[in-house]
Design a protein around this ligand. Structure first.
Ligand SMILES: [Fe+2]
Ligand SMILES: [Fe+2]
Length: 321
């Protein structure tokens, strides 16, 4: 079953959704949108979902509609410009990876909070928010495969093979996450929580889709993928600690224990067999790899801050429906 279109969050996303559902005019993208705001990220999310599962009642042909692609480009430009402006930059890939190993990847330490202090409802909100990505885990990274050759291609595909369950549907990581949601008593329906996911969450997924869909950003996609693999195991350990506090369903624990084990290997493969090998072939991509790592940290930090700020104020981190 295809997801339904989400509710608009501003002028641009409203016009876009109207065009997709009732053949209205595509929006003119304003040049000065908030690059991390609700309207831009909801609109970008809608554009990208056309490449994944589409939406019920929206023609599949919109995916390659030139007018829609031009809207998407204008949204992407603003997001990408903000990312380039807001990260430190540079070409020291090894230094960036070393830093990832010591710093919490999620802002003030969202997973640390989950391990130590979170109440059950907060853990459930975290699962609901992350479902926007984990129910299509590893899909955005597939787009980079034809843009790589030789060793980096072979090694990245080996990691993706694990993400996609090693040939078994029940082991797809997206399926393990659906099982987790079921185990937590939440909905495992694809994009069920999209209307409750704030821009800070949508941006995490939009970042991957943007890097995946642009050959010119292949270095950034690979940097992002490596950064994600490096930072998953420590946060997964924290979430297992949180789940143990609540004596949680085994299906919830499994998703994270799988990742503690698998990502210890994936981290090494991504760092050495993908990133090092790619930079040997294309040394000029170092700045883009750094962009991918730093942008991942930035959007994850913004997400962590959003969630913790809401919770510390005694509020839900989900948007009201
Ligand atoms: Fe995974
Ligand atoms: Fe992984």
């Amino acid at each position: 079953m295809q997801p339904t279109v989400p509710a608009a969050r501003g002028e641009v996303s409203a016009a876009l959704i109207e065009a997709l559902t009732s053949d209205g005019h595509l929006p003119v993208v304003l040049a000065d949108m908030d690059p991390y705001g609700e309207d831009l990220h909801l609109a970008l999310h809608v554009c990208y979902e056309l490449h994944y599962r589409g939406f019920a009642g929206v023609s599949d042909d919109w995916e390659w509609d030139p007018g829609l692609l031009s809207v998407r480009r204008d949204l992407e430009r603003q997001f990408l410009e903000a990312l380039r402006r807001d990260v430190g930059g540079g070409t020291d890939v090894a230094g960036e990876f070393d830093e990832l190993l010591v710093l919490p990847a999620d802002g003030e330490g969202l997973s640390g909070y989950l391990a130590q202090e979170a109440e059950r409802w907060q853990l459930e909100e975290y699962f609901a928010l992350r479902s926007i990505y984990h129910l299509k885990e590893a899909d955005p990274h597939v787009w980079v495969i034809p843009r790589l050759q030789g060793q980096p291609k072979a090694a990245l595909v080996a990691v993706e093979y694990d993400e996609f369950g090693g040939g078994r549907a029940e082991n797809l990581h997206a399926k393990l996450y659906a099982d987790l949601l079921d185990g937590a008593g939440l909905s495992s329906e694809y994009l069920h929580y999209q209307d409750q996911a704030p821009a800070a969450m949508l941006a995490v997924v939009n970042l991957m889709s943007m890097f995946g869909l642009h050959r010119s950003l292949r270095g950034a996609l690979v940097g992002h993928f490596a950064a994600a693999e490096i930072s998953t195991a420590p946060s997964a350990k924290n979430i297992v600690t949180a789940l143990q506090r609540f004596d949680a369903d085994e299906r919830c624990v499994r998703f994270y224990t799988e990742h503690i084990e698998a990502d210890a290997v994936h981290e090494q493969v991504m760092r050495h067999d993908v990133v090092d090998a790619l930079l040997k072939d294309e040394p000029d991509l170092a700045a883009d790899v750094v962009l991918g790592i730093q942008a991942t940290e930035l959007v994850e930090a913004r997400f962590g801050e959003h969630v913790l700020q809401a919770w510390r104020a005694g509020e839900s981190a989900l948007l009201p429906t």
